[in-house]
Structures are given as C-alpha cells and as structure tokens.
Design a protein around this ligand. Structure first.
Ligand SMILES: [Ca+2]
Ligand SMILES: [Ca+2]
Ligand SMILES: [Ca+2]
Ligand SMILES: [Ca+2]
Length: 455
C-alpha cells in the first residue's frame, strides 16, 4: 500500500505535486505562470481601458496601478479587457497585470506585465445640438443624470415628433425630488456670445413654485455627484406654471457673462413633494449651445456701421443710416421719401462661414411705415460670390424669402422675420436690400432693421 501511494505521489510529481518524503503527500510550490501577452492600453476621458490576449492555464488576474495606491483588482480568467475609471486626466498611470495560477489560495502570480497610459479629456465643444433621439433610453455620450433625492429621476420618453426627450416627474416618488441633467463640458470663446436654447414643457403644478432651474458650473468634474461643485442659476426664462404638455415652450439665454470659460450646464429639477400640486412634470428637448455667426444690435458703433459691414447706395441720395431705436439704442433705417430718385440701397453683413449641413437661421427685427403702391420695400438676400466690400451688383444674390411685411405700416413696434440659411455653405453674405418705386408719398416705405442674428 505504501509503495502504491508513493508511486501515485511520484507520478503526481509530474503534475506539480511532489512526494516530499516517502509517505507524505503535499502541494508543492507551483511555478509562476507567464505574464499575459499583448497587453494594450487605450486612454479616454478619465479612464484607461486595458486589453490582453486570452491566456491558457491561469485561474485569473490581479490588476494594480499607480499612482493612486489602488487595492488590487481581481479578474476572472475569461476576462481579457478592463476599464479603469475614474482616473485623473493628464496623469500618467502605470498598470501591472499579474496572471494567477494554482487551484486554491494562495495563488501564484506572475511578476506582472506593465504598461503606462495617460487619460485625456476630449476636446471641449464650442457648440452642440442635442435632440436626445439617438441614444434613448440612454443619455448621449458625455451627459450625466444624477438623482440627489427621490426615486423619480430624469428618464427618456417619446417626444412630439416621434423622437425622444428627457423628462422627470416627482409625482408618486418616495420623497421630494432633486434631480440633475448635465451637459458635456463646453469651452466658450471670448469672441462671440454663446446662447443656450432648449425646448420644454411643465405640466401640472407645484404650489410652492418648485420646478426647473438651469445652472452653470466651471468646476464640476464631469462625472457623478454635482453637489460638490459650485453652481449658479443662469436665470433662464422658464415658466414652471405653464401647465401644458401638448406643445413645447422655448427658452433662450445669452451666456455672455461666461465667455472664455469652460463650463457645464445643468437642468436641475426640484419638487416640494410627491403628491398632486407638489411637483410639475418637466420635459426637456432640443438643447443647443451655439455661438451665433453674427449678433448685431447696432448700438455700439452708431452712427457708423460695425466693422466689416457694407453700406452701398446703388441709387438715390437716401441711404441706410443709423437712428435711435425703441430701447434707447440704435438701428439702421432707410426711407426714399424726398430723395433725388427711386432708391436701391444695400446693407450687407460681414462674411459668414456657413458649415455644410447647417441648421442656421437669419432672424431680425424690422418695421415698415407708410407704403409703396408698387410693392417695393425690403428683401433679405444671400450671396456666395460677393467679394466683401463695395459694389454688390455684380455678385449673385438670391432672396431668402424672409416673409417681410412691407405693408406693415407700423413704426411703434418691431416685427420679426426669420429665414433658413441651410441651403448654403461656405463663405456667404446676407444683404438687406431696400428699393422704392419713387420719392413721393405712396412711393416708398420707411424701413428700419435691428437685432440681427445669424445662428
Ligand atoms: Ca427629441
Ligand atoms: Ca430622483
Ligand atoms: Ca439696436
Ligand atoms: Ca440711396
């Protein structure tokens, strides 16, 4: 019997079990396994993803990294990639992946394959437009949803046009809600003035006035709990008592106080309770942050035009000129009445660089007083071959069909006009072209334009 045991034990030696003495069978030290091969690291925003070749004859892996003094991360043997998050951006980390062998603890580890990698922040966006239609039920990449209180949270729902939107409603929750929906980071230039625009509705009501507020932060980490960061309200125009869920309202807010900064924007929803009258149903969609190509109210440079604008009189001694506007600022106006001949007068923007596939619109305020019996007046036009200064008449101009009412006959309030520029790309100019049939009464309108935006 003893000889048989010894024989079995010594055969077992071939399989990592030794026969220490004639009649003792013990588990012998197991040879260290090989390191995993083809260890690779790919860096991301606050994260590194490691991958390696599938390894036979191991029972798992131990992953450590420095700096950071992490506890070892143990991974099963079938795992061949692992994401480490959160890490500090712009900090180089060294990762050590040790392979484990043995049938039970203590396992034997390889000395470890090492690789270094440095997480990096993605380039900050200067503009974005988000309709939430692509990623539902998830948030788009870079967005954060955080429930500070309550089991009622921001979540994806169908919107009016068959796409998706994000909504929250404290009704029926376990406690009053405080819920954050946070954009990716943005870098605002200090050249143009960015605007935040979004659509929303608020249905039902909160008797204590709670609802949505839009806040901004320059020190949020971009991940997780926003309450440790500093936030301030941007005083967005939001009607938390709208009580309408059949149509969106729009809120647009200038971010001019924050120009030149990197920031996050949060849609912060709160409620006073969880019952009827203790919270609104709030939906947000079509969030965009854009730096308009052009914003001009003519207030700063009057009587002159702002830089790179063109004022060109094709006919008549009555030309576009600066006048006081309703709010104490300035506007540009032209009126053929009393001139030396019928007018043709051009007011032309600086060069615009229109992206392809844009959704850019021209909007402006205007009034037209008196009338031109022959129907002349203002037209908003676009050219992609104007040379940027002087005589525009040799360039090609196309009407933008901006729905201008030349028979408005009201000079006490502005009307507003808008036209899409989405058909155009590359360098372009917009012209406000005024013409009249004559110089007497009923032969021309008095036309004023102000508050021009191209965005
Ligand atoms: Ca949508
Ligand atoms: Ca919640
Ligand atoms: Ca003005
Ligand atoms: Ca003229």
């Amino acid at each position: 019997m003893k000889k048989t045991l010894t024989l079995i034990a010594c055969i077992a030696l071939l399989y990592n079990i030794s026969c220490d003495k004639d009649d003792d069978i013990v588990v012998a030290p197991i040879a260290s396994p090989e390191n995993a091969t083809n260890l690779q690291a790919s860096e991301g925003d606050r994260k590194v993803t490691l991958s390696w070749a599938k390894q036979e004859n191991v029972v798992g892996y131990k992953l450590t990294y420095s700096p950071g003094g992490s506890d070892p991360i143990f991974l099963r043997r079938e795992v061949t990639s692992y994401e480490i998050i959160p890490l500090e951006n712009d900090q180089e980390y060294t990762f050590t992946l040790s392979s484990a062998a043995g049938e039970r603890e203590p396992f034997v580890y390889s000395e470890g394959a090492t690789i270094s990698s440095t997480p990096v922040a993605p380039p900050k966006l200067a503009s974005f437009s988000e309709d939430f239609d692509g990623a539902c039920p998830d948030l788009p990449e870079g967005w954060v949803s955080f429930s500070e209180t309550s089991n009622k949270d921001w979540h994806c729902v169908g919107d009016f046009d068959g796409g998706s939107a994000f909504e929250v409603n404290s009704y029926g929750g376990d406690e009053p809600s405080k819920d954050w929906l946070i954009t990716p980071a943005f870098e605002l230039s200090d050249v143009n003035i960015a605007e935040l625009s979004f659509d929303y509705f608020s249905k039902w009501g909160d008797a204590d006035g709670f609802g949505l507020d839009v806040m901004i932060s320059a020190d949020y980490s971009g991940l997780g709990d926003p309450t440790v960061a500093t936030w301030e309200s941007i005083d967005a125009d939001i009607d938390n008592a709208l009580n309408n869920n059949t149509v969106y309202a729009n809120s647009t807010t200038s971010l001019s106080p924050y120009s030149g900064r990197s920031l996050f924007i949060a849609f912060v929803y709160t409620s006073s309770g969880t019952g009827g009258g203790q919270g609104v149903q709030m939906r947000v969609d079509n969030v965009s942050l854009k730096e308009p190509l052009l914003v001009e109210n003519f207030d700063a440079t009057c009587p002159d035009l702002p830089d790179f604008w063109t004022n060109y009189s094709e006919a008549s001694n009555k030309d576009w000129h600066c006048v006081g506007d309703f709010d104490g600022g300035s506007a540009f106006e032209v009126n053929s009445y009393g001139g030396d001949e019928p007018s043709k007068d051009w007011l032309i923007t600086p060069a615009l660089e229109l992206p392809t596939d844009n959704d850019i619109k021209l909007t402006f305020d205007y009034f037209s007083k008196w009338s031109d019996a022959a129907g002349f007046g203002l037209d908003a036009m676009i050219s992609t071959d104007y040379n940027g200064s002087g005589d525009p008449t040799s360039a090609t101009w196309t009407s933008l069909n901006a729905n201008i009412d030349n028979a408005l006959n009201n000079n006490t309030v502005y009307a507003s006009s808008s036209a899409s520029l989405s058909m155009y790309s590359g360098e372009a100019y917009v012209a406000f072209f005024y013409s009249s049939s004559g110089t007497g009464g009923g032969q021309g309108v008095q036309m004023r334009v102000d508050n021009i935006k191209i965005k």
